[in-house]
Design a protein around this ligand. Structure first.
Ligand SMILES: [Zn+2]
Length: 151
């Protein structure tokens, strides 16, 4: 144990996990072996988190931050636990919605032109390499992927 170790409660200086808001937290310092003249030097500091609601003992959703200094690990955890991830998820949902919109005409083309081999070129003579197979792929992807940002 070192002065920086903590767990399983979240210390006040750590932001809560943006996904579960609870769970268990553990901070542990790794030191070199103790020497005659005192404790071993700090090698690294690791913050681990296990999400609330995941099954104990089985595969648990966990996150880990490791840095050379406890303060750096805490900063890194708080940066990631802060505003970044919800924004990233929103951004990805928005992009997913836009990509789905962009794929829709191709999926429609696959419906409208439902004959011929996958290698059949659609825009023949324009130097494009767009085939009916591409359109069918777009249709398949659209039917498989979740709606994402659309509600
Ligand atoms: Zn969590």
């Amino acid at each position: 144990m070192s002065e920086h170790d903590f767990g399983p409660e979240r210390p006040d200086y750590l932001l809560p996990c943006p996904f579960c808001g609870g769970g268990e937290y553990r901070g542990s310092a790794t030191h070199l072996p103790p020497r005659m003249d005192g404790p071993g030097a700090l090698v690294s500091f690791t913050i681990r988190h296990w999400c609330f609601g995941s099954v104990s003992g089985a595969v648990r959703s966990s996150r880990e931050v490791r840095a050379a200094e406890p303060d750096w690990a805490i900063q890194e955890w708080n940066r990631r636990a802060g505003s970044e991830e919800p924004e990233t998820i929103d951004k990805m949902k928005k992009e997913n919605g836009e990509l789905r919109e962009a794929l829709r005409p191709f999926a429609q083309a696959a419906d409208d032109c439902n004959f011929g081999p996958d290698t059949m070129t659609i825009c023949d003579g324009m130097g494009l390499d767009l085939t009916i197979g591409h359109c069918r792929q777009a249709r398949t992807l659209l039917s498989q992927s979740s709606e994402g940002g659309e509600t």
